[in-house]
Design a protein around this ligand. Structure first.
Ligand SMILES: [Zn+2]
Length: 265
């Protein structure tokens, strides 16, 4: 099992990282993709501890739309910051990046410029992107089309759209990653979306420490809980849990490339 999106280097795990990773491995996780904020040096130090404890963990780095304001008027600096961070951590993806018009922590134009610069960097580096998008669907697709020049690959992380948006993402060859929201009783539109995604485009994640699935809702989330997402996804699709798990692992390897540390382990 693979958690394709977690923030294991977040401060929330600083006090008990070892048992959190132990529980993930006991739950059957072989890999996790740890998302880092480009330029956050304190988090980068904690990321080294994550890697020490769990050699097969992989990293992604990018400028989150919430932080885009830092690069107002100089979006190309955001690409330089991500380039340096991604290089240092041997990142297998650029992310999470995107647009968030729900919180609007940075002006929309600034978010768009920074997002476009991050996508262009991913194309230049030949890396996939991890997309965070909220209430910004049309602009997100427009920037992926323009800055990505049809060459960008990636995943919509913590997908919360409906079946129609799922089809739009599939049309540009993207993957969709489902998180704990899939387990929420009211998320029936999301479960409908999860049914239309072909098995070879699915990923699962926790987005921990955020968004704990039922029955852990309201508590700190952690990678071990991705098992709940897999349970509900299999149930929703009427799929065999083990073969779905295998497909998701194949999808992960295809999108992010081979994991040399996991092979040595
Ligand atoms: Zn995240």
């Amino acid at each position: 099992m693979i958690d394709s999106h977690c923030h294991l280097a977040d401060e929330a795990f600083a006090g008990d990282l070892d048992p959190v990773i132990d529980r993930a491995q006991e739950a059957g996780l072989t890999e996790a993709l740890c998302i880092l904020a480009a330029g956050d040096e304190a988090e980068a130090v904690r990321a080294l501890r994550v890697r020490e404890k769990w050699a097969s963990v992989r990293f992604a780095a990018g400028v989150h739309p919430h932080s885009a304001g830092t690069f107002q008027g100089r979006p190309s600096d955001s690409a330089d910051t991500t380039r340096a961070h991604a290089g240092k951590m041997a990142a297998c993806a650029v992310g999470e990046i995107g647009l968030d018009y729900h919180y609007d922590f940075a002006p929309r134009k600034v978010q768009q410029d920074v997002f476009a610069a991050q996508v262009a960097l991913a194309v230049e580096l030949g890396l996939p992107v991890i997309i965070h998008t909220r209430e910004a669907t049309d602009d997100t697709f427009a920037i992926l089309r323009e800055a990505g020049a049809g060459a960008v690959r990636g995943v919509f992380h913590c997908f919360t759209g409906d079946a129609d948006m799922a089809r739009r993402a599939l049309d540009i060859d993207f993957h969709l990653s489902f998180a704990g929201i899939l387990t929420f009783p009211k998320a029936s539109d999301l479960r409908d979306a999860a049914r239309v995604v072909p098995e070879d485009r699915l990923l699962i994640e926790t987005d921990s420490p955020y968004l704990a699935p039922v029955p852990h809702r309201g508590k700190r989330n952690e990678p071990a809980f991705v098992a709940r997402v897999l349970d509900v996804l299999a149930e929703t699709r009427g799929a065999d849990r083990r073969s779905l798990d295998r497909s998701i692992a194949d999808n992960f390897a295809r999108l992010f490339g081979p994991n040399h540390a996991a092979r040595m382990a």
